[in-house]
Ligand binder design. Structure first.
Ligand SMILES: [Zn+2]
Ligand SMILES: [Zn+2]
Length: 808
C-alpha cells in the first residue's frame, strides 16, 4: 500500500509537472502524510484479517457475516479495500494448495460496483496496487524466492461489451481503428481503460502503447517510458506489460487475482459457460493460452487444440489437467445502497448462484468468501444485507453513544477551517423552469468570472459550474440553451457589473458518452482556471459540466465548488451523493443552488420545507428494500438462477449443447433446488415461499425435460441459429415467458407510459380516462429517461428527441 500510495501521488504530480524525472518525484512525495493509514482504515483491515487468513472462520461459514463500512465518501474507503486486497493476494499464495484447491491461481478478490463511471475512476487506484504487488512478486522471484508463485498478479476489468471488448479480435479491431487503419472509428469498447500508466503516470495511447499478440491470444499494454524507468515497459515486462486484463475472453483464460466488475455483468451466468471459471471451475490449462473450460472449448469460431507446435519463437505447448482452483476469498460490494429496489431484488437472486459457486469444501465444511460492503446509508441495511447475501451484518465503525464522535470519525461543526457546503433554493412561480435555468446558469457563470477577475486563481473552485439533471432529456435541453441563450446573455453581463465570459469547454458526464471519453473528462476536470490563458498545446479548464446521476458516485475532484441542481432528485440519498461532489476540500467551500419547478408539486413541497429538509437530510434518507424472492422477481430471474446453477456448478453441463444431456430428475439437481429453497425460506422467514420456490424450480426442470424429449433437435442454453435450439430466450419485445432470461439486471424495471384520453376527444367511445401501457418486453418501445438504464446509443436517441422538442 505504501508503494501504491506514493506511486499514485507521484503520477498525479507528473501530470502537472511534466519533464521532471519520475524517480525524483517519487522521492519527493514519499513523506508520511502521503502514505499513512487513517485509524479507521487500519481498524477495518485488522478486523478482517482473521476471516481472510482462515477459510473456515465462522464469518465464512453459515450464517456468515458482512462487514459494512459506513463512512462518508472521500474518507478513504478505497484504501481500506485495497489493503485487504493486497493481504488476500499474499495469504492465498502463501497457503498454496489447500484441500486440493489451487490457491496460486484464480480470482482472489471480486470487487463489484454498480455504475461504470466509478469503475473507471477507481480502476486506476486498484491497478496501481496490483502493479505494486506484482513488482514485489517479481523482486522475490528474481531473488530465488518463489513463495508468491509464478503467475503474475493481475487486475481484470469485467464490465460490459460497450466498455471493454469481448474477444481479442475485437480488441485488435479497436486498436487498428485507434491507429487510423481501415478508416474505422475508435469509438466504443476499448482494451485500454487507463488514461495513464498507473505505476508512473505517463500517458497511454491505445494506438501506440497497446497491441495484440495473435499467437498467444493476448492484448498487451506497455508503458512507453522512453528512459525505461518504469517496471512495465516492453523491455522490463516482455510479453506481459501492465498487469491489466480487459478483454473478457482473456479474463477467463488468465483469471486475474483482482477482478473488478459491475453488478450487471453477472447476468451472463446463465448465458456464458466460461463465467464459472471465475469461481475456479476450469478443466485444464494450456501452457500457451491459459485456462480452459468446456464452454470455451465448444466455441467453434475459436478452436483450441490440446497441443501446439513451436511457432514464431514460442515453445511447443500442451494442455495439462488442472483444477479445481480456489474460489474468490473476498467479495467487495461498493455502494451497497445502490443495490436496492428492482435491481437489488434481481441482484439478490443472482447472488444465490454466486454464493453457491464461490463455496468450497475446507476441512469437510462448506465455506464461502468473506463479504465486505460500503454504504452511504444504514437504514434497514441489516435486512438488505440478509436478503442479498444471506449473511448477518456488522456495521463499522460500530454505533456508539455519541453520534458526533465514533472515535474513528468526528463530526465537526461548520467554521472557517471547515467551511462545509451551503445550499440555496430557487423557485420562481409563474416562470418556466427553462427560463430560470438560463438566468441562473448565466448569473453563476458571470459572477464566477467577476470573482476570478478580482481574486485570480483563488476563485477557481467557482469557475467550473456543475449542472446536475435528473433526466437525460432535461440535460439535452439545457445543452442547447447553453450553446444559444446562455452564451448570448453572457456577453451582456458586464453591464450589470459581472464578468464578461466566453464559454470554451462545455462537457457532459452521462451514459451517452463513449466510455473511453470518461477518464479524459475526469482528468480535464482537474485543470484549474489560471489567471493567464492556457499555454498552447495544454488542455483548457472546463467551464460547464452537465451531468446526470453518473456523477453521484466516485467523482472525487477537489477543486469543484459550484453546482446547480435542476429539480429535486428522486431519492434523498441521491441528492446527498450528487451535491457532495462540490466543496470537498477546505480551499473550495461548496455552494449548491437547487432550482425548483413550481409546476411540480413535489418540487414545491421541497422548496417550502427547504431549511428543515436540508438541516436533517441524513435522517430523510429513504429505507431500502430488497426482495429477491418476491413473486415478480422470481418471474424475471428464477429461470436465470436455475440455468446458472445447473450450467456452472458442474463442468459436465457447462458447454452450450450439454443442456440437452442434463439428467432430469437427478439427485445433484435436487440438492441444488433444496439449497435455493432453504435460502428463500430463511431470507423471507416463510416456509410457504420456500415451498413455492421449490415448486417453481421443479416446474422449470420438468419443462426442460420436455424440451429435451422433442425429437430431431439438440437443446442448448443459447440457440445458435442452426441445429442447436436455445432453451433460454432473450428478453426482446415479445411477452416474457418462463424461459425468458434477461441480459442485464436492469432489464427488469419496466417503463410505463400512461396515455390519458379526455372524453371530450372526438369519437372517443372510451370511459373518461383510458390507460395505454407500454412495458419492456411486452411490445412497444421502452422509453427510459434515467441515465443508468441506457446504452450510449439509446441515450443519444433520447437526447436527440429532447433537442428536436426544443426546436419545435
Ligand atoms: Zn509506467
Ligand atoms: Zn492453447
Amino acid at each position: 500500500m505504501w508503494q501504491q500510495r506514493v506511486h499514485i501521488a507521484a503520477a498525479d504530480r507528473r501530470r502537472d509537472d511534466e519533464g521532471r524525472p519520475f524517480a525524483e518525484l517519487l522521492v519527493e512525495v514519499d513523506v508520511p502524510a502521503n502514505r499513512s493509514w487513517r485509524p479507521f482504515q487500519l481498524a477495518f483491515v485488522c478486523l478482517n484479517l482473521p476471516s481472510l487468513t482462515d477459510p473456515g472462520h465462522p464469518e465464512r461459514t453459515r450464517p456468515g457475516l458482512v462487514d459494512l463500512l459506513f463512512f462518508p465518501t472521500g474518507g478513504g474507503k478505497t484504501e481500506a479495500y485495497l489493503g485487504l486486497t493486497a493481504y488476500t493476494f499474499a495469504i492465498r499464495r502463501l497457503q498454496g494448495t489447500v484441500d486440493d484447491y489451487d490457491g496460486m491461481n484464480g480470482v482472489a478478490v471480486l470487487m463489484r460496483y454498480t455504475l461504470r463511471l466509478l469503475t473507471a475512476d477507481q480502476f486506476k487506484r486498484a491497478a496501481a496496487l496490483v502493479c505494486a504487488c506484482e513488482t514485489i512478486r517479481r523482486q522475490e522471484a528474481a531473488a530465488g524466492n518463489h513463495r508468491l508463485g509464478q503467475t503474475p498478479f493481475r487486475i481484470g476489468l469485467w464490465v460490459g461489451q460497450s466498455v471493454t471488448p469481448n474477444r481479442t479480435q475485437a480488441a485488435q479491431y479497436h486498436l487498428d481503428a485507434a491507429r487510423g487503419l481501415g478508416g474505422r472509428r475508435g469509438r466504443g469498447s476499448s482494451p485500454v481503460q487507463l488514461a495513464a500508466c498507473p505505476w508512473c503516470g505517463l500517458e497511454l495511447e491505445a494506438g501506440r502503447d497497446a497491441r495484440t499478440d495473435v499467437e498467444r491470444w493476448r492484448t498487451l499494454v506497455f508503458c512507453s517510458d522512453p528512459y525505461g524507468g518504469c517496471d512495465f515497459t516492453a523491455a522490463k515486462a516482455p510479453g506481459e506489460g501492465l498487469p491489466v486484463v480487459t478483454v473478457d475472453e482473456e479474463i477467463y483464460r488468465l483469471l486475474p487475482s483482482l477482478l473488478i466488475s459491475t453488478a450487471d455483468k453477472f447476468a451472463q451466468l446463465p448465458w456464458k459457460g466460461a463465467v464459472g471459471m471465475l469461481f475456479g471451475r476450469v478443466s485444464g490449462r494450456c501452457e500457451r493460452h491459459g485456462f480452459r473450460s468446456p464452454d470455451l472449448d465448444a466455441d467453434k469460431s475459436h478452436p483450441e487444440a490440446n497441443s501446439h507446435p513451436a511457432k514464431n519463437g514460442l515453445p511447443a505447448a500442451k494442455t495439462v489437467p488442472w483444477g479445481p482452483i480456489r474460489p474468490p476469498d473476498l467479495i467487495i460490494q461498493d455502494e451497497l445502497h445502490l443495490i436496492a429496489g428492482p435491481l437489488g431484488s434481481m441482484a439478490g437472486l443472482y447472488e444465490t448462484a454466486v454464493d453457491r459457486l464461490a463455496s468450497w469444501t475446507y476441512k469437510g465444511e462448506s465455506v464461502r468468501p468473506k463479504v465486505i460492503a460500503s454504504t452511504a446509508t444504514v437504514r434497514r441495511a441489516r435486512e438488505q444485507a440478509y436478503a442479498l447475501f444471506w449473511r448477518d451484518l456488522a456495521v463499522f465503525p460500530p454505533p456508539v453513544l455519541d453520534v458526533e464522535n465514533s472515535f474513528f470519525a468526528l463530526q465537526r461543526s461548520v467554521s472557517d477551517a471547515a467551511p462545509g457546503r451551503r445550499y440555496r433554493g430557487i423557485c420562481a412561480p409563474g416562470v418556466r423552469i427553462k427560463a430560470v435555468e438560463i438566468r441562473v446558469f448565466t448569473t453563476l457563470l458571470a459572477a464566477a468570472k467577476a470573482l476570478h477577475n478580482k481574486y485570480g486563481v483563488l476563485a477557481d473552485p467557482y469557475m467550473t459550474l456543475v449542472g446536475y439533471f435528473n433526466a437525460l432529456r432535461e440535460l439535452g435541453g439545457m445543452r442547447r440553451l447553453i450553446d444559444d441563450d446562455v452564451k448570448a446573455r453572457l456577453r451582456k453581463m458586464k453591464r450589470r457589473g459581472l464578468g464578461d465570459r466566453r464559454l470554451f469547454e462545455v462537457h457532459e458526464l452521462t451514459s451517452r458518452m463513449s466510455s473511453d471519453r470518461i477518464p479524459e473528462v475526469l482528468s480535464q476536470l482537474r485543470v484549474r482556471h489560471e489567471t493567464a490563458p492556457p499555454a498552447k498545446g495544454t488542455r483548457y479548464p472546463i467551464d460547464v459540466l452537465l451531468a446526470t446521476n453518473m456523477i453521484s458516485v466516485g467523482v472525487d475532484v477537489g477543486r469543484l465548488g459550484l453546482m446547480a441542481t435542476v429539480g429535486q432528485p428522486k431519492a434523498t440519498a441521491e441528492y446527498i451523493q450528487a451535491t457532495s461532489r462540490v466543496g470537498r476540500e477546505r480551499h473550495a467551500p461548496g455552494i449548491v443552488f437547487t432550482l425548483y419547478n413550481w409546476a411540480r408539486p413535489r418540487d414545491l413541497s421541497h422548496y417550502e420545507r427547504f431549511e428543515h429538509y436540508h438541516t436533517t437530510f441524513y435522517r430523510q434518507v429513504e429505507a431500502l428494500s430488497v426482495t429477491p424472492f418476491a413473486p415478480r422477481a422470481l418471474d424475471r430471474g428464477l429461470t436465470a438462477l436455475l440455468a446458472a446453477l445447473v450450467r456452472q456448478d458442474s463442468l459436465r453441463w457447462n458447454a452450450n449443447p450439454r443442456a440437452h444431456d442434463v439428467p432430469i430428475p437427478d439427485k445433484e439437481l435436487d440438492a441444488l433446488i433444496a439449497e435455493v429453497a432453504t435460502r428463500a425460506g430463511e431470507v423471507t422467514s416463510s416456509t410457504d415461499i420456500a415451498n413455492d420456490v421449490r415448486a417453481a424450480l421443479q416446474h422449470r426442470l420438468d419443462r426442460w425435460a420436455g424440451e429435451q424429449r422433442i425429437a430431431g433437435r439438440t437443446v442448448g442454453y443459447r440457440g445458435d441459429g442452426g441445429a442447436v435450439y436455445g432453451l433460454l430466450q432473450n428478453a426482446g419485445n415479445g411477452a416474457w415467458d418462463v424461459w425468458t432470461v434477461p441480459n442485464s439486471l436492469r432489464e427488469t424495471e419496466p417503463s410505463i407510459n400512461l396515455i390519458m384520453t379526455s372524453s371530450d376527444d372526438a369519437g372517443a367511445a372510451d370511459p373518461a380516462f383510458s390507460f395505454g401501457t407500454t412495458l419492456v418486453g411486452a411490445g412497444g418501445a421502452p422509453k427510459p429517461t434515467t441515465d443508468e438504464d441506457l446504452t450510449p446509443e439509446e441515450a443519444d436517441a433520447v437526447i436527440a428527441a429532447a433537442a428536436a422538442e426544443g426546436d419545435a
